[in-house]
Design a protein around this ligand. Structure first.
Ligand code: HEM
Length: 218
């Protein structure tokens, strides 16, 4: 007799953790920049804001475009990954998918422009630069797959793109752990341009290879 099994409690907890942390970082990472101009944030001790406060207007504009695109991509990710929404509201999935793709396009292009000016130096140019290129590439490959009707390939690329979108969350979680360990923000910040996303990608690849994970696309 066939039995219907729902998601395991661990899987459910994992999905909720990803969704809630994505929304929390989309809101709380951007809030200071909405509430105060860069000069004020810099005066309050934000080293990241200080890095941009005296830059030309086009670069500061790029930072705000990046935060808008990145924040939107992060907010839309839980909707895109929800199996329930995909099956019950496929039109919503398509429309939010288009918006997420545009958000990733803006976030990645502006992230690539910001990378040479980042606070971490050469390691940041490489780490953030590569992240921006892969982010846009995976999202574009996901779009190309679904345009060809390859649903499984689409979902696999979408999961990889999400692993990179989620770098915005892991970067900040790593900093919470590393700043007290190194005793200095800048030292900790030089570690995260790769640490923020390489482990995320490894975890997704392992999950996609795990035959027991029947709920994941193969
Ligand atoms: C995944 C690809 C991403 C890349 C390649 C990227 C790249 C960058 C770069 C190079 C900077 C400048 C950092 C510096 O000056 O040291 C930056 C800053 C920033 N990014 Fe991203 N980013 C990405 C995703 C996101 C997402 C999804 C968000 C959404 C919350 C986001 C929010 C921000 C914010 C708020 C800043 C300003 C610095 C801060 O307060 O943390 N980024 N990003």
């Amino acid at each position: 007799m066939a039995t219907t099994t729902g998601p395991t409690p661990w899987r459910l907890a994992g999905v909720w953790w990803l969704a809630l942390t994505a929304v929390a970082i989309a809101v709380f990472a951007l809030l200071p920049y909405v509430a105060q101009p860069l000069d004020d944030l810099a005066a309050d001790g934000s080293e990241l804001a200080a890095n941009y406060a005296d830059r030309p207007a086009w670069l500061r504009l790029c930072l705000y475009a990046h935060m808008t695109g990145g924040g939107l991509a992060l907010l839309l990710s839980p909707i895109q990954l929800s199996a329930r929404i995909r099956s019950r509201a496929p039109r919503l999935h398509r429309w939010t998918g288009r918006a997420a793709l545009a958000a990733i396009g803006i976030g990645a292009a502006s992230g690539l422009v910001l990378a040479p000016h980042n606070l971490a130096g050469p390691v940041g140019v490489a780490g953030f630069g590569l992240l921006a290129v892969l982010w846009l590439t995976f999202a574009a490959l996901g779009l190309r797959a679904i345009r060809r009707g390859a649903v499984t390939a689409h979902r696999r690329w979408a999961l990889r793109a999400f692993a990179l979108t989620y770098a915005a969350v892991t970067l900040r979680l790593w900093l919470v752990a590393l700043v007290p360990l190194t005793g200095d923000f800048l030292t900790a910040y030089r570690v995260v341009p790769f640490l923020a996303w390489v482990p995320n990608l490894v975890v997704v690849e392992l999950l996609l290879r795990d035959r027991r994970a029947a709920h994941l696309p193969r």
